[in-house]
Design a protein around this ligand. Structure first.
Ligand code: C2E
Ligand code: MG
Ligand code: MG
Length: 550
């Protein structure tokens, strides 16, 4: 080493600038004091180590990638990096030194992005988030993808309520801390692949591809919740802030980036005018849906906690003997405000929100326990059918749950039937068959509900270990008026015979329909003709005395 080199080394090592030098292989040969201090990595640990050692600090793996990239290409690289606990944004500039076309060394400088080029590249200086310009590009990109895939895109603007008051009262510095705190919260609301941006002072934005409109409803809820905890201003001070959300959806609310951002801003304005800390969709229809969905979802949660759900039972009647041969458990919700609510009104929301698993398990338990009680009371034993939703069926623990409920309630498995729908039979046929076989081994029956409305392949039907087909109500309703429908009903009855399956007709309301079914060999009928679904006590009476109509 010459004297000059030694001097240079000492200079670099002692400077407070945050610099680091590697050799051509990416091994760290020199670290400045400033670099060690800023990253919190001791200089002794870094000297001689591969550049990847920087990865011990969250946010710095990016730095190692930049250095490797620069060494490989022999060209400078600059990119954003994060330093935990230090207000950003930071960037790292990696400049390789090449001799004879080969990189011999690399100088890496860590600096705040204000002093570098990140601002020009589209990042906001305070928060490190993409700025309005870059956000526009990201929306453009999302729209491009969505047009090809036929999906929807949600553009969401988030405003901090009364931000100018916060700035006036607390001062700019604390105002900035609020913005940085809010940035952290918002980042946690989205997948890393979704863009969070800062458009202007207190305006943040998201763009995301959505497959169902309700995805965006869920996200607005999450964002509003993110504002529920106060933001820390350091030194044990914190401040409560709220935010409002405005959403526009492609393609319904606009075709272009500008239109969508503008309409989301209109929605945000309405949300802030309308009382703050709320979300608003651009279209009235979406608003109504979002509000309704939220009400139903929180209602279901409350209903589960307050035991507002109950089970009605509808008999399956043997048309020849007129005896009750089985029953279907149908859930009802006694909402204190709305009264008795039918499943069609809340099952779809329960399915989307995942609450169906809790409801379904409760119905299963309640039905098994009730059925066992009736048997203990000496009523004629009958099999109870319980509807199973796709989510429950796909749950890996489903078979264990069924076994456990049977054991706990003391109901013998032969008195339980599970109803699944045709749509649940698509996908990985092998896995579905295996799950069904496990259930059959437990000893319960399996039926396919609403048969004829889905698209199940008849060739697969024989592979599923099912016991019963339930002909959908639509075919029964039209049996007298439409010869084609009558033909389908007849064919399904014939098919079940051929496959040795029990067949049940749903929804027979009048005598002629029952006679048609009887004439064509369908012996089990579930329909208003015999009885509507009944509360437990009334159903017990019917079990004892038989169905009413003559
Ligand atoms: P589903 O399983 O096909 O149940 C039969 C539906 O047809 C019931 O509606 C029943 O009241 C109705 N029905 C029976 N006979 C007649 C008739 O003669 N005429 C007419 N117009 N309707 C008749 P409900 O109770 O409103 O249930 C609707 C659907 O909600 C059920 O269709 C089922 O898919 C779902 N569901 C009900 N309870 C549960 C549950 O505990 N879990 C799950 N996952 N879904 C459930
Ligand atoms: Mg059913
Ligand atoms: Mg059905």
């Amino acid at each position: 080493m010459t004297n000059d080199e030694g001097l240079l080394r000492t200079l670099l090592a002692s400077t407070r600038e945050t610099v680091l030098v590697t050799d051509g292989e990416g091994r760290i040969v020199l670290v400045s004091n400033g670099f060690a201090e800023t990253t919190g990595l001791p200089a002794e640990d870094l000297a001689g180590a591969p550049i990847e050692r920087l990865g011990r600090v969250d946010g710095l793996p990016a730095a190692a990638d930049l250095v490797r990239g620069a060494l490989q290409d022999g060209a400078s690289r600059i990119g954003p990096v994060a330093l935990p606990g230090l207000a950003g944004p930071w960037e790292l500039a990696a400049s390789p030194v090449a001799r004879d076309g080969r990189a011999q060394a690399c100088l890496a400088v860590l600096r705040t992005a204000e002093s570098g080029s990140a601002r020009r590249e589209g990042f906001d200086a305070l928060t490190g988030l993409p700025n309005r310009h870059l956000f526009g590009d990201r929306v453009e990109q999302a729209l491009h993808n969505a047009r090809r895939s036929g999906k929807s895109v949600a553009v969401m603007l988030i405003g901090i309520d009364r931000f100018s008051d916060i700035n006036d009262v607390l001062g700019r510095q604390d105002g900035d801390r609020v913005l940085v705190g809010v940035t952290e919260r918002l980042r946690q609301c989205v997948r890393t692949s979704d863009t969070v941006a800062r458009l202007e002072s207190d305006r943040f934005a998201f763009v995301m591809q959505i497959s169902a409109i309700d995805d965006s409803v869920l996200l607005t809820e999450k964002v509003l919740r993110a504002f529920e905890q106060p933001v820390s201003l350091g030194e044990q001070r914190d401040v409560a802030v709220t935010g409002s959300v405005g959403v526009s959806i492609f393609p319904a609310d606009g075709e272009t980036t500008d239109e969508l951002i503008r309409n989301a801003a209109v929605a945000l304005h309405h949300a802030q005018q309308g009382g703050r800390h709320r979300s608003q969709f651009f279209s009235g229809e979406m608003n109504a849906r979002a509000r309704h969905r939220l009400e139903v979802e929180s209602g279901i949660r409350r209903g589960l906690a307050n035991r507002e759900f109950l089970v009605y039972y509808q008999p399956k009647v043997d048309v020849n003997s007129r005896r009750v041969a089985g029953m279907e458990a149908l859930v009802r919700w006694r909402d204190p405000q709305r009264g008795l609510v039918a499943p069609g009104e809340f099952i779809p929301v329960a399915e989307e929100s995942g609450l169906i698993e809790q409801i379904g398990q409760w119905v299963l338990e309640e039905t098994c326990a009730q059925n066992r009680r009736w048997q203990d009371e000496g009523l004629p034993p009958v099999r109870a059918s319980v509807n199973v939703s796709a989510r429950q069926f796909r749950n890996r623990n489903f078979v264990a749950i069924v076994e456990e409920v049977l054991a706990r309630t003391g109901l013998a498995p032969r008195w339980l039937e599970l109803e699944i729908t045709e749509s649940m039979l698509m996908g990985d046929i092998g896995a579905i068959v295996a799950r069904m076989e496990d259930l059959r081994r437990v000893g319960v029956s399996l039926s396919i509900d609403d048969f004829g409305t889905g698209y199940s392949s008849l060739s697969y039907l024989s592979r599923f270990p099912i016991t019963t087909l339930k002909i959908d109500r639509a075919f029964i309703t039209d049996v007298q008026s439409n010869p084609h429908t009558a033909e389908i009903a007849r064919a399904i009855i014939g098919l079940s015979r051929g496959l040795n399956l029990e067949v049940v007709a749903e929804g027979a309301e009048v005598k002629e329909q029952v006679e048609f079914l009887q004439a064509h060999g369908c012996e089990l009928v579930q329909g208003f003709y015999y009885s509507r679904p009944l509360p437990a006590e009334e159903f017990a009476a019917m079990l004892r005395d038989g169905p009413r109509p003559a």
